[in-house]
Design a protein around this ligand. Structure first.
Ligand SMILES: C[S@@+](CC[C@H](N)C(=O)[O-])C[C@H]1O[C@@H](n2cnc3c(N)ncnc32)[C@H](O)[C@@H]1O
Length: 483
């Protein structure tokens, strides 16, 4: 809520007497400066805060009262305070044009009005950002010219602004509440209605409040969770604790135009991989085959099928497998995707082994996707001696896209060396390595792509053991079994 404080600067230049913007500014400026009292005999009772004295990026205007420090249960009322901001009185007819010219210096906050009525007048009050404007000399030449051309006196008013919890950004609320000098990170990943945070030790006593603030400030977020430990080593999902909001963990997300649903607490989903999913799917042509060894809930498999590929998708986690089937149906590609719930190595040595002979004779590309960065390179040995040598005259060899993390100074080289070691032949000069994303300051996620060398696929050295020679389990067309 805003309250008008009667104007305290009254001596204004007449725009007709003024020729240049500088002159205009100087004349107006003198009206605001007590030490120019000889030229402009007015006194300034209240100074606007000097924006140059602010520390950090955000202006002091948006710093909540000190009493909120240490609060662990959110008390929104405690954030209320009154601050003084500058404003210009503007004739209604020129308001819209002037707002455009002054858009860099007006108050701009979601949900905060910057134009107010003036009681008993058609004029409007245009509220300015005190971080940008403290005196008439704060305006740029272009802004002064605009004011001059619209006949608006450079006559700064002071207004009392009632700031509330609603006017603050989450970062501002948390910086005011959490211990001073300690890191305030209000960043989170968004997965549908779920905001997913990774709180530090010192933030834990405030987790309920932090969760509430994140929900309040982010429309559509109705559940805030914190990772309570590191990633589960097998299924790559996190143990998580609900900090605020509903306990519903079944999220619905859209990625690259495809809808997915899944229980976020029980499967792997990473919104930061959308570009990588898109990159690989863009390599596919209609009629290609995709063999997705660690498919998760389908972010490679489903768009690949929608693009016209035939897909075999596998995941060891029964929950991922269930949601993979669900998402195939949801996106109407269940006839293009066969799903499997096996260990990745078994999948390669059974279903992939069964499919490859026919595919080797064809011309359409065959892509094997292996996105389990912590371990996938080690699974490459499953291709050693996978096929009988008599098939070796067929040359449409599969292309593998295998992911890995690297903490080495030369992650590309590291990837090539580890993939080569696992395959038992050097990939030097016959693969490409792509940087997927920077995971942490010292950790990259990489993807090495290569055509499986003939000498690996038809090697006699790695011939399969009896158990692996068993006939492949019958494939499961995407039938949704549980729901
Ligand atoms: C990093 S996630 C990738 C999921 C999906 N491809 C994506 O890009 O979001 C790895 C997946 O591999 C599955 N997984 C882990 N170990 C596995 C194994 N030994 N065999 C098959 N799948 C496995 C996990 O359940 C998880 O869904």
């Amino acid at each position: 809520m805003w309250r008008f404080i009667p104007r305290i600067w009254s001596l204004l230049p007449n725009k007709n007497q003024v020729k240049s913007s500088n002159q205009y500014r100087m004349l107006c400026s003198s009206a605001l400066q007590p030490d120019r009292a000889s030229t402009c005999p007015v006194s300034v009772k209240k100074h606007l805060p000097d924006p140059h004295q602010q520390s950090g990026m955000e202006y002091i205007l948006y710093t909540p009262p000190a009493k909120v420090r240490g609060m662990t249960t959110l008390d929104k009322e405690a954030f209320a305070q009154t601050v003084i901001v500058p404003a210009l009185r503007v004739p209604k007819e020129v308001l819209n044009k002037l707002v455009k010219s002054l858009k860099k210096v007006t108050i701009q906050r979601p949900g905060m009005r910057r134009v107010m009525d003036v009681e008993g007048s058609d004029d409007k009050l245009l509220l300015l950002d005190p971080g940008s404007i403290s005196s008439p000399s704060s305006f740029s030449d272009a802004e002064v010219e605009a004011l001059q051309s619209f006949g608006v006196p450079l006559d700064l008013q002071q207004y009392e602004l009632q700031l509330t919890y609603d006017s603050l950004k989450s970062e501002e609320v948390l910086r005011a509440v959490l211990p001073e000098g300690q890191d305030v990170t209000s960043g989170f990943s968004r997965v549908g209605h779920i905001a997913h945070m990774n709180l530090r030790e010192h933030q834990l006593p405030y987790r309920q409040l932090i969760g509430q603030v994140i929900m309040d400030k982010n429309p559509g977020v109705t559940c805030v969770v914190n990772k309570t430990n590191t990633i589960d080593s097998t299924y790559r999902n996190f143990k998580m604790e609900v900090m605020a909001g509903e306990e519903n963990m079944v999220a619905k997300v859209r990625e690259n135009g495809v809808t997915y649903e899944f229980d976020f607490s029980r499967v792997y989903w990473n919104p930061r991989l959308s570009t990588e999913h898109e990159r690989v799917v863009a390599l596919l042509k209609r009629g290609d085959t995709v063999l997705d060894v660690f498919a998760g809930v389908g972010p490679f498999a489903i768009p690949a099928a929608r693009r016209g590929s035939t897909v075999l998708a596998n995941d060891l986690n029964p929950e991922s497998y269930r949601w993979l089937n669900h998402n195939c149906k949801l996106n109407k590609v269940e006839r293009k995707v066969s799903t499997f719930n096996q260990d990745g190595r078994d999948f390669i040595r059974s279903a992939v082994k069964q499919e490859l002979p026919a595919l080797l004779k064809g011309t359409a590309s065959v892509h094997v996707v292996m996105n389990l960065p912590a371990l996938a390179l080690e699974f490459l040995d499953a291709f050693r001696g996978l096929l009988d040598q008599e098939l070796s005259c067929d040359v449409n060899l599969p292309v593998v896209h295998c992911y890995g993390f690297s903490k080495k100074d030369d992650p590309q080289r590291d990837m090539v060396e580890r993939a080569s070691a696992s395959l038992g032949v050097s990939l030097e000069g016959r693969c490409s390595v792509h940087l997927v994303r920077n995971v942490s300051p010292n950790k990259e996620m990489m993807c090495v792509s290569f055509t499986v060398p003939k000498e690996v696929l038809f090697s006699s050295e790695g011939k399969q053991t009896e158990s692996i020679e068993e006939p492949a389990p019958k494939r499961q067309k995407c039938e949704e079994k549980t729901d």
